[in-house]
Design a protein around this ligand. Sequence first.
Ligand SMILES: *Cc1c(COP(=O)(O)O)cnc(C)c1O
Length: 379
Amino acid sequence: MEKRYLLAPGPTPVSPRALLNMAEPIIHHRGPEFSNILSEIREGLKYLFQTKNEVLIFSSTGTGAMEGAVTNMLSKGDKALVVNGGKFGERWGDICKAYGVETVLIDVTWGEAADPNIIKKTLDSDSSIKAVLTQACETSTGVGHPIKEIADIVKDKENTILIVDAISAMGAIDLPVDKWKLDVVVAGSQKAMMLPPGIAFASVSDKAWRFAEDSNLPKYYFNFKKELNSINKNQTAYTSAVSLLIGLAESLKQIKSEGLENIYKRHERLAKATRAAIKGLGLQLYAPKSPSNAITAILAPNGINGSDVVKVMREKYKVTIAGGQSQAKGKIFRIAHMGYIDQFDIITAISALEMTLNELGYHVELGKGAKTALEVLNG
Ligand SMILES: *Cc1c(COP(=O)(O)O)cnc(C)c1O
């Protein structure tokens, strides 16, 4: 028998109800039945993003919406500040470069969070910076960046907007888009939104729409204004990802019924239990000072390659977690607890980790991490 467990930072598990709904026969994306579904989805997305503005929908992975955020908000030769503290911060820089946007990189040591004071100083000393690009959760390092503090700095700057990659954070971490004045927030389907990969989202503030008016970068599929026009008519500009959106309607329904506050509490509780278990096993967190509640990154113990931990867990115990990327490759492994994940998924992952560490020659007392996690969960 092969029973598998998925605790990777995307794709993540999908609820049985959403899977069943997505298996329904295809309906046409321009008919009234589908428009009604999109109308429901619009309301659900506004609830999740905590915004009164429309949330745009694209048939792509999250990176497509990241690219769209750059091409719709900025112009050739513009300057953008990029929080560069991991693989996905690097991606913001790469997209800017691809489109001729000049970047001011704020280098952040991997495993640490951005310092809002440095961002403030940089913006104060250079008023030509048009956008600040950051992650809410830098998935590659397990860090949560201080979005509210950064937003407080950017919101008073007439000529600067804040663009947040919340691809792993949306649905896991509280990001009140309107209250905090987050200008563009990008999300993806396959992380805490509990769906298969293939759709991406972007919310756009009134301030950001003014930037869109001036933007002259090339764009065609990822055209925010065009999608706004369509979504206002309960349509997408091009063929809707019908099955995925039917799944989305279901996952948004589940999000509404659990309630945002409970969802964030659940993620916090799972994150706390995971961190406690890791410490209980004598291991160290990769981002001890500002860990995100969406994912826990763990330093591989001395003499053990993090990639081997991932490999044994997957091959022998059928538990899929993630390794490190780029400079963290081999040094860390990452357990995601975002989306359709509950307390017993965590116990499973920690138990498999204990067996794996023993197998790799790092002795841990079986059940010690799981017990620590259970105590937190039961507390
Ligand atoms: C997963 C992830 C991405 C990449 O998303 P794709 O859907 O693979 O394009 C970007 N940023 C963050 C923070 C992520 O977690």
